[in-house]
Design a protein around this ligand. Structure first.
Ligand code: GLY
Ligand code: MN
Length: 464
């Protein structure tokens, strides 16, 4: 938790952006897994954490835009809770730790909201993503369950996004820490990989490193020799010679700030020439994106610049042909990189995506493209100092997608489909760093960049 002044200032800046009404912010509750008392690891709502720092279940807060009054709702534990969970801080003490002066039992939240409704006041809510909070909002506000997303306050969403998008120095220090732990996690896998291992062995050790210094992974680990499946969560294959293994994994430290890195490793420790040829293109796109990322440039432009490097590289390999700018305009790169260049990162690995991808990643003058790849770009905005974004270009050979484009004749004038058949067992390559936008450009978060060049990777693998 940060100093209480951080939370006080954030709430003040939130309310300063709002016209009137009251703001209702819900924390998360415990969620049962396979029977009521067997619960998933508790994860607080990130906006609640951002404004209140309190990492406990069953809390909610109401902020009065006009009077500035702040009330934290929750319950003090009883003796039954103490028997199972041990003594817990009083609600009033928790509130005072983050500068909130007034508390009330959770049951009083309903009265507070009813009174506001009777006075005709606007109640601003964020779009709920957990069923528990959806039902709670339905009960508290009488909103239909199917209409909660639409009932969310765009004014509040925009105000929250404006604050959370630009990271404060105390947040950057936490993200640097998360990236340092993420570094240790990836480096462990890089050194430990051996032919004959089952992928899951690496996943288990990586997640052990993550949990020994943090609280959880920032998303389910992706580790697969089938890297052409973008989010491949099956880890049951044996590592075999000549394959590429995509490892996309991140950590969440105790403050809940995240890291997210991807490296692609040759299973036997040495890249083949064919693998190197594609790898160098992805690395060039990654390096370009970091160098091009600076205040004033949009990340959409950076995505398209990276796409140009990818298309040029594939042209050099004879996999596509034609004018590079024409190919990029036609979206040829989408066949090989059907995802966006990156996303915002902070308290969520895909920061604030619960608030709506377009609210988070698009400036008011930007509209989302429909093209494969560019249409999945989660962060398109004009960059400003304090943005934390991922830089994660990739090249994948997805036989089903290639066959689909071939059958449909999609961009057929540019693509050498016959030659691509020789890549159907190639897999995919993705290389991901986390960037902070600075006054002059950008820097990689964490103390050190994970090994990334062919030489660095080969010199790190099979060494211990
Ligand atoms: N690293 C997983 C993702 O960005 O979707
Ligand atoms: Mn990512």
């Amino acid at each position: 938790m940060f100093d209480k002044s951080v939370y006080i200032s954030r709430r003040k800046r939130l309310l300063a952006q709002m016209k009137d009404g009251i703001v209702l912010l819900l924390g998360n509750s415990e969620a049962s897994c396979n029977y009521p008392d067997n619960q998933y690891q508790f994860r607080q709502d990130s906006s609640f954490l951002y404004f209140f720092g309190l990492d406990k279940p069953d809390l909610a807060a109401v902020l009065d835009v006009e009077s500035g009054e702040e009330i934290l709702f929750g319950n003090d534990v009883d003796i039954d809770d103490i028997i199972w969970m041990g003594p817990q801080p009083l609600l009033a003490d928790q509130a005072s730790e983050v500068g909130v002066g007034k508390t009330a039992p959770f049951a009083r939240l309903a009265d507070c909201l009813k009174a506001a409704q009777q006075q005709g006041r606007t109640i601003h809510i964020l779009p709920p993503y957990r069923n528990h909070n959806k039902i709670l909002l339905h009960q508290l506000l009488g909103l239909p369950l199917s209409g909660l997303k639409e009932a969310a306050s765009v004014e509040l969403i925009k105000a929250v996004v404006a604050l959370r998008l630009v990271k404060e120095p105390c947040e950057i220090a936490e993200i640097d820490k998360a990236c340092n732990l993420g570094y240790a996690m990836h480096l462990t896998a890089m050194k430990m990989m051996r032919l004959g291992m089952v992928e899951q062995e690496l996943v288990g050790v990586m997640e052990g490193v993550c949990k020994s210094g943090g609280v959880m992974t920032s998303f389910p680990t992706i580790l697969s020799q089938h890297g052409e499946t973008l989010h491949n969560h099956s880890h049951d294959a044996v590592l075999t010679e000549g394959r590429l293994c995509v490892i996309d994994a991140g950590v969440e430290i105790a403050s809940h700030y995240c890291s997210d890195n991807t490296r692609t490793l040759p299973t036997g420790g040495k890249f083949t020439q064919k693998q190197k040829d594609v790898y160098h293109i992805v690395l060039a796109a990654n390096d370009y994106a970091r160098e091009a990322s600076r205040p004033g440039v949009t990340y959409r432009e950076v995505h398209l610049g990276a796409a140009k490097i990818i298309v040029q590289g594939l042209k050099n390999l004879g996999l596509v042909h034609g004018d590079v700018d024409e190919m990029v305009a036609a979206g040829v790169q989408g066949l090989f990189m059907p995802h966006g260049l990156g996303h915002n990162m902070g308290l969520d690995v895909h920061d604030m995506e619960d608030l709506g991808e377009n609210h988070v990643g698009y400036d008011p003058d930007q509209t989302r493209a429909r093209q494969l790849g560019l249409g999945s770009l989660r962060m398109a905005r004009r960059l400003v100092p304090g943005h934390v974004i991922t830089d994660e270009p990739g090249i994948y050979f997805i036989p089903a997608l290639i066959e689909k484009w071939k059958k449909e004749g999609h961009n057929a004038q540019f693509i050498n489909f016959d030659k691509l058949e020789g890549y159907y067992d190639f897999g995919g390559i993705r290389l991901e760093d986390d960037l902070l936008i600075t006054e002059k450009g950008s820097r990689i978060l964490g103390a050190q960049r994970l090994p990334i060049t062919v030489e660095e990777i080969e010199n790190t693998m099979y060494t211990d």
